[in-house]
Ligand binder design. Structure first.
Ligand code: SIN
Ligand code: MN
Length: 277
């Protein structure tokens, strides 16, 4: 196991619901990932614009399988997989990857939500999933970095309501109450930094009204014994073939092969919480 975290960082993750890992990817690796997001025709062909409820939209691309492109290798490399496994307490598989690309001057907002507020409906019975957001650009409060309510993962899965047909958010009454008791923190990241957060952590981000782009790549893992009990939306257990940490640089700017082995999706998965409620 090559978990990259020190014991105090593991403790912080369990207490606060997140941990920031500085320079988890070095400058060369980050440049490869950034260029792949910018240049891969498969990514470009699968960009979706997700309405944000404030009249804006954020660009996303979603895929479910980690292949042999440079970004597939990033999802399969030891330092990522073993760190996720350590935090979740067992073997993991790749659940989903997502480019969230907020361009300068209007990239869309995300309202308060828990990832498990969505993923529960895929059939994951336990909140045993983590998201690893890799900064491709400098993320700041000005360009819409991630915000958390520290420790909110301890509230368990909260009710979500529909914000737009493409975005659900946590019941605003619950958010207001939680905000009086928990601190709001901004996850400011340098390119190559990674913030790893628990699937029940409340998170949101503002529109990017600055003149600085804010692109990030989010790679998510589920614990193998928490495999979806139903086979919808393509996120069930598929064995993850781990690669060594040097694989990213050896691959160079390796893009997807165009056969859609990554299982790019054509629309985001948004459970109908009106029906569920
Ligand atoms: C997400 O919560 O999935 C994305 C949030 C962001 O990109 O700011
Ligand atoms: Mn999220």
């Amino acid at each position: 196991m090559t978990c990259i975290l020190q014991p105090d960082q593991i403790e912080a993750f369990h207490r606060d619901g997140y941990v920031i890992v500085k320079s988890m990817f070095d400058a060369e690796e980050t440049a490869l990932l950034r260029r792949a997001m910018e240049e891969d025709p498969e990514i470009q062909d699968h960009i979706l614009v997700r309405a944000d409820g404030e009249g804006g939209g954020t660009k996303i691309a979603l895929w479910n399988r980690a292949g042999s492109s440079v970004y597939g290798l990033a999802a399969r490399c030891e330092r990522m997989v073993d760190t996720a496994a350590e935090l979740l307490g067992g073997e993991v598989y790749h659940y989903q990857s997502k480019l969230t690309a907020k361009d300068a001057g209007g990239g869309g907002a995300w309202e308060w939500h828990q990832d498990y507020g969505y993923w529960y409906y895929n059939g994951c019975l336990m909140p045993q999933l983590v998201s690893c957001m890799i900064a491709l650009d400098h993320t700041t409060p000005e360009n819409g970095c991630l915000q958390f309510l520290k420790g909110s993962h301890q509230l368990g899965r909260c009710d979500h309501v529909q914000l737009t047909p493409e975005q659900n958010c946590i019941d605003p009454e619950v958010v207001s109450a939680a905000e009086t008791r928990l601190d709001r923190v901004h996850a400011e990241l340098e390119p190559g930094d990674v913030v790893i957060f628990h699937c029940n952590l409340f998170h949101r981000s503002n529109q990017n009204l600055s003149d600085k782009r804010r692109w990030t790549l989010i790679i998510c893992y589920n614990r193998v014994d928490n495999d979806t009990y139903k086979r919808i939306d393509d996120r069930y257990f598929v064995p993850l073939e781990k690669v060594d940490d040097g694989a990213i640089k050896r691959a160079g700017l390796k893009l997807a092969d165009g056969q859609n082995g990554e299982h790019f999706t054509s629309k985001p998965y948004v459970p109908d919480v009106r029906e569920a409620g």
